[in-house]
Design a protein around this ligand. Structure first.
Ligand SMILES: Cc1cc2nc3c(=O)[nH]c(=O)nc-3n(C[C@H](O)[C@H](O)[C@H](O)COP(=O)(O)OP(=O)(O)OC[C@H]3O[C@@H](n4cnc5c(N)ncnc54)[C@H](O)[C@@H]3O)c2cc1C
Length: 410
């Protein structure tokens, strides 16, 4: 281990691992300090939107992950109480034709992605230290980061510290950065299951029935990742000791989903963890000698599955600044400004998604049906595509309140 690193990254998840790989490949001396001894399934993203796949490709990491077991979905069929069974087929979306040179959304086990990215980073010369504890950070030029590992304390002064330690970022807390948040509106949980060989591995499904919004993403072989959004009032079955069985039973009871019966025979191979859905963000995720990326810099409501793509865009922008040999806080301004607008647009997109898909009852069902027709048939402007093609590709008017009001009007 060199005594002195250019960059020390706190957190070796998707954001930390991918940034370490990109920087190490370009000859930057980089170390990753990761808390967990091995990557764990804490229930995070396993669906990457097409615009995130484009970012992954630009970073030169897509092949690595595809070789490590990732797969592409090609079709999205909107099985829903408004379009049950075969009546959904005319509305199927060809996901392979959304963005040029992107075969579709990318699905892969989250811990496997983290492990593969860390391996690329190490092979390129990065140091990855696992089982790190007691991270303590002092911003400055240079910043000071201290930690302990195997009972041995260390203190380093790199040129830059990157906080990539996730939604409960300790780095962010230690910097005292103000966190803004939307009010929470529902809970979203996920669970990995196996023994669903009937599920077509090129198919993803997003729909609503009764008091449940559900999402299913294939994960290779006979595995699928189930996500479930529900009201706080309905949380009891999903928080007790029977929660895994209750999640499977909830999917098995869906009458609009042709593969519900197959899911009834699924076997959980990971925990079911649920989170409240609110967006959280910081207006400026930087300090002297420190830059936050990924969830540590602020996260979007998981209902629209953007966190992986957001992290990869962060990595591209931050790595371009570092590789241009710019290290002072002011140099990261373009990243800060682009991220603020990107997150604002995705926040509006997610709020609309919750209104359309995670509010339940007859009135909500009819509103979803009306809005769907306005978007699909009348081709009315909407922010919804932002979560597939990337928020910057839509005109600013797509995110205005008048646009949302027109979609939701009775
Ligand atoms: C239920 C749910 C479903 C989601 N679904 C999707 C989806 O389908 N698609 C999508 O794109 N996104 C999704 N997301 C969001 C996505 O998972 C995150 O945005 C993404 O994982 C962020 O990556 P990250 O590396 O910034 O943070 P994390 O993945 O949280 O990684 C942080 C890393 O830092 C480490 N760490 C934490 N604290 C410390 C510390 N003090 N010291 C050292 N290391 C530390 C952790 O162990 C971890 O390895 C979902 C999120 C949730 C909660």
């Amino acid at each position: 281990m060199p005594e002195m690193y250019d960059v020390v990254i706190v957190g070796g998840g998707i954001a930390g691992g991918a940034l370490a790989a990109v920087l190490a490949r370009s000859g930057i001396a980089v170390a990753v300090l990761e808390r967990d001894p091995v990557p764990l399934d804490r229930v995070r993203g396993e669906f990457m939107a097409p615009w995130g796949v484009a970012e992954l490709k630009r970073l030169g990491l897509l092949e690595t992950l595809a070789e490590a077991g990732g797969i592409f979905t090609k079709r999205s069929i909107p099985y829903d109480e408004n379009t049950p069974g075969d009546s959904a087929l005319p509305f199927a979306l060809d996901l392979s034709a959304i963005l040029p040179d992107v075969p579709g959304p990318f699905c892969m086990s989250h811990p496997a992605m983290c492990a593969a990215l860390a391996a690329v980073a190490e092979a390129a010369g990065a140091t990855v230290l696992r089982g790190v504890e007691k991270i303590d950070l002092l911003a400055g030029s240079p910043p000071t980061v201290s930690f302990s590992r195997d009972g041995v304390a260390a203190e380093w002064r790199p040129r830059l510290v990157i906080g990539a330690d996730g939604r409960n970022s300790q780095v962010r807390r230690q910097l005292g950065l103000k966190v803004l948040a939307d009010p929470p509106r529902m809970l979203i949980g996920g669970m990995l299951v196996q023994r669903v060989p009937e599920w077509p591995q090129d198919l993803q499904v997003i729909g609503t029935e009764g008091r449940m919004h559900f999402l299913v993403f294939p994960q290779g072989g006979d595995r699928v990742r189930l996500y479930l959004c529900y009201d706080f009032a309905d949380k009891a079955p999903y928080s007790g000791s029977q929660r895994q069985e209750n999640v499977i039973a909830a999917f098995a009871g869906l009458t609009c989903l042709p593969y519900a019966d197959a899911i009834s025979r699924a076997q959980p191979i990971g925990p079911f963890n649920a989170f409240s859905n609110e967006d959280r963000w910081t207006e400026d995720p930087t300090a002297a000698g420190v830059v936050l990326i990924g969830d540590a810099a602020g996260h979007n409501d998981p209902i629209i599955g953007q966190g992986l793509s957001i992290a990869l865009r962060d990595i591209r922008l931050v790595s371009e600044i570092i590789l241009a040999d710019q290290w002072n806080q002011e140099a990261f301004r373009p990243y800060v400004e682009e991220r603020l607008e990107r997150m604002r647009r995705l926040r509006i997109t997610a709020r609309l998604a919750v209104t359309l898909r995670s509010e339940f009852g007859e009135e909500a069902r009819m509103r979803r049906q009306r809005a769907g027709r306005r978007m699909r048939v009348d081709k009315m402007l909407s922010p919804v595509l932002a979560s597939i093609v990337g928020p910057e590709r839509l005109p600013a008017a797509a995110f205005e309140q008048a646009t949302i009001d027109a979609l939701l009007a009775s």
